[in-house]
Write a protein that binds this ligand. Structure first.
Ligand code: AMP
Ligand code: MG
Length: 402
């Protein structure tokens, strides 16, 4: 049985960023750039007015200036500015040749004949003009490969005129809960049946992580049904998440069927609680497709959640172009005592509060791997090392945020 650290090493050896694709701007949020992006134009592309006002030449000594033209944003001046004249410009309009300042209309005095009193004596050259290339110049590398794209990076790409960019795509992740006992949430549950909570939970975890989930239905505990659904998942997806059917029961058929489909087992079971039966394997790359990852998650919903948070998320982020990283923990202190027994490190659900800047956690009375209800009150998992011991209030523990 692997330790948590060994399981991460095994996964890290099998993951590489997905091949880059051309992605339209509207789908880039959260993705990582696969190549540097260089500006092909200056921004702004022309000297532009940043106010609604009058374009003037500060060297013009005429007592009054006559308005000869009005330019709104998107327009272009039809003439250069001549002595004794002003061109009215709205915010965003190009500043005409011959003008070296724009004076806000509120600061100008309109005379009886419609001309304005020349404000040049009080104005410094450059007033209210954003010079061409003030933000960036053609040829500058503005975003580098590996950069994660948030709203501002997307705005910058738009400003540069990039309608598409080369990015590492979002992994497509197939979700296949398995078990003869499973009934969909909207349907009546007959004797011996329970609701499929892993399917909706995994779809939601994937959406929250910015991944694309593919619903593969619910697999029966039947080799032919599992084979058909898992083959479809491997065909359509980069990653397959199967839940249930990976322990040692007579109906735990998932590893055997995956082997028949050519998926190589990398490990089966990790020294961790909950989530011990976790299965991980890879389908080698073929026909130009990169290798696919398969996680067999233990069926109990809390085990599924902890396995996802501890292992699956790291693998998905690495496929999406991030350096592989095990989830980081942070320090906290216990608010009440907790007892640990056994040789597997335990991730125990806790609720945290802030205590003078530090994080203080209350272990929740947890009823085991099927108890999702208690998990809804938790916001973190205390990572309790293996061994038999008691911890007292005030003792330090590491926690994993949920
Ligand atoms: P298994 O890993 O298939 O042995 O399942 C372990 C436990 O998790 C059993 O009690 C199952 O009924 C339960 N379980 C399996 N799959 C799901 C699911 N999709 N939603 C809720 N519980 C499940
Ligand atoms: Mg089962």
């Amino acid at each position: 049985m692997l330790t948590v650290a060994e399981a991460h090493e095994a996964i890290a050896r099998c993951v590489a960023p997905l091949p880059p694709t051309r992605v339209p701007l509207s789908d880039l949020l959260g993705l990582r750039l696969a190549a540097d992006v260089t500006a092909t134009l200056d921004s702004p592309p022309f000297d532009k007015s940043v106010v609604d006002g009058y374009a003037i030449a500060t060297t013009d000594a005429s007592p009054a200036l006559h308005e000869v033209e009005l330019i709104t944003a998107g327009g272009v001046p039809s003439q250069p500015l001549r002595p004794g004249a002003t061109i009215r410009v709205m915010t965003g309009a190009p500043v005409p040749a011959g003008a070296d300042a724009v004076v806000k209309w509120e600061d100008c005095q309109v005379l009886g004949d419609g001309s304005i009193r020349n404000p040049a004596a009080q104005v410094k050259p450059g007033l209210c003009i954003l010079r061409r290339g003030a933000a960036f110049h053609a040829g500058e590398v503005l975003l580098t490969a590996g950069r994660r794209l948030g709203p501002l990076e997307i705005a910058l790409l738009a400003e540069m005129g990039c309608a598409v960019a080369s990015a590492v795509p979002r992994p497509r992740v197939g979700v296949l809960p398995t078990g003869d006992e499973l009934v969909e949430p909207g349907q009546p549950a007959g004797p011996g049946k329970i609701r499929n909570s892993n399917g909706p939970m995994l779809a939601a975890l994937l959406a929250a992580a910015g991944m694309t989930s593919v619903n593969l239905g619910v697999g029966r505990d039947d080799p032919a049904d599992l084979c058909e659904k898992m083959a479809r998942g491997l065909e359509q997806c980069d990653v397959l998440l199967v839940s249930g059917g990976v322990s040692a029961g007579v109906k735990d058929l998932v590893p055997g069927v995956l082997a028949e489909l050519g998926v190589t087992e990398q490990f089966h079971s990790v020294r961790v609680k909950p989530g011990k039966p976790l299965w991980f394997g890879t389908l080698p790359h073929d026909r130009g497709r990169p290798s696919r990852l398969v996680f067999g998650l233990p069926g109990n919903p809390v085990s599924t959640l902890v396995s996802f948070r501890l292992f699956v998320l790291s693998a998905l982020r690495a496929l999406a172009g991030e350096p592989y990283a095990a989830p980081s923990t942070e320090a906290a202190t216990l608010a009440s005592p907790i007892t640990h027994r056994g040789q597997r490190p335990t991730y125990h659900p806790c609720r945290s509060s802030r205590d003078g800047g530090g994080r203080c956690i209350e272990p929740l009375p947890w009823k085991g791997s099927a108890d999702i209800a208690t998990l809804t009150r938790a916001d973190c998992l205390a990572a309790l090392p293996q061994g038999d011991y008691e911890l007292a209030p005030g003792d330090a523990v590491q926690v994993l945020a949920l």
